[in-house]
Write a new protein. Structure first.
Length: 353
């Protein structure tokens, strides 16, 4: 039995490989249009936003995440052939997990991997580790550059940490704080909440909102490949994601149709409760959605669990873990959004539009 499917997309696809504490991780991109100049410095900048050690609110593991491009480029431009990228693991401490090799960590995929395949990589979770998302960021960073040339921009940011939230959306200042929060004052409080969780050997979750601007109407399919369905697939494939909503989302269940409907006049839509998607197809309005992330399961408090022999034990997880995955997940949300949008563009308009 194989270790699942590791590819995503239809017209634009990418395949990730590698484990958290193996020699390297990497990604292969396929379906990219030929002749497009890729600014790899900008790709690296996006990688730096996610990399371990790159965010003061995150893990103390320190990886450079320096990319090596093996194929698919010539004279600075894409050839139309697969682009293969390698990302080395330089600061791996697999020995941190020696004491956990025969126990199931609460909140992790240890138990389910063991049940499905009869084995698991106990070096930090292997493929189930958040380390795999570095590959997604590399793919999304390339896709984002192509989308920019089509007038499409993507920005995500933290709008909730624990039970604290903000209704302010000043996206022009979001990149100025470690959480990419569109409320600079609330960002400081969010950061304090995360550090308090770290001090108490605990963790906290949160919500990321993403806005896609410049998206034309007509992207997405009417049934199973609805644009929001593709986005939901992408977002819920991120390891720590536990919830997804578009536009008003779950709040729409509380509204009467007279308030939730987006009425129109001669200038277009009067509101955007739908979040930029109707019938699975983009409306041309801003696409707005949110993703909820659970608290990081690796915490340094004593917890009850089972070992591989089915015996009850207590464990205390040591190592270098994020007290909150949200700050570093922002760029992952942006990257996965870019891959979906470029795929939808290619499906609707082809590679020469």
């Amino acid at each position: 039995m194989t270790m699942g499917h590791n590819s995503f997309g239809t017209e634009f696809t990418f395949t990730t490989f590698g484990e958290s504490h193996g020699q390297a991780i990497g990604v292969v991109l396929d379906g990219i249009e030929a002749g497009f100049p890729i600014d790899w410095k900008r790709v690296q900048e996006m990688m730096d936003r996610r990399r371990p050690g790159g965010n003061p609110l995150g893990t103390k593991r320190n990886e450079n995440d320096t990319l090596t491009v093996l194929s698919g480029m010539y004279d600075g431009k894409t050839t139309g052939c697969p682009i293969a990228i390698i990302i080395p693991n330089n600061d791996q401490h697999g020995s941190d997990y020696d004491a956990l090799s025969d126990v199931y960590r609460p909140g992790h995929a240890d138990y389910t991997y063991q049940q499905k395949w009869g084995l698991r990589d106990s070096r930090g979770g292997g493929r189930s580790s958040g380390r795999e998302t570095a590959c997604r960021v590399a793919a999304g960073a390339v896709a984002a550059q192509i989308l920019e040339q089509k007038g499409i921009s993507i920005q995500a940011g933290t709008v909730q940490i624990g039970n604290l939230k903000t209704d302010k959306r000043d996206w022009s200042t979001a990149r100025s704080n470690p959480l990419s929060c569109p409320d600079s004052e609330k960002a400081e409080i969010f950061g304090q909440t995360i550090e308090q969780a770290r001090m108490h050997n605990d963790s906290v979750g949160g919500i990321i909102e993403c806005v896609v601007k410049g998206l034309p109407s007509g992207l997405g399919e009417p049934t199973f490949d609805k644009l929001e369905a593709l986005l939901a697939h992408a977002m819920m494939s991120i390891g720590a994601a536990k919830g997804f909503e578009v536009g008003e989302g779950f709040h729409a269940a509380e509204l009467p149709g007279s308030q939730n409907n987006d009425q129109m006049d001669g200038h277009g839509f009067l509101t955007n409760h739908a979040g930029g998607i109707l019938g699975g197809i983009s409306t041309g309005e801003d696409l707005v959605f949110r993703v909820a992330f659970k608290p990081t399961p690796s915490i340094a408090q004593t917890q009850k669990t089972l070992n591989t022999n089915g015996e009850e034990v207590e464990i205390t997880i040591k190592g270098r873990h994020d007290p909150c995955i949200v700050p570093r997940a922002v760029v992952v949300v942006e990257a996965m959004t870019a891959t979906v949008m470029l795929d939808a563009w290619y499906m609707a308009k082809g590679r020469n539009a």
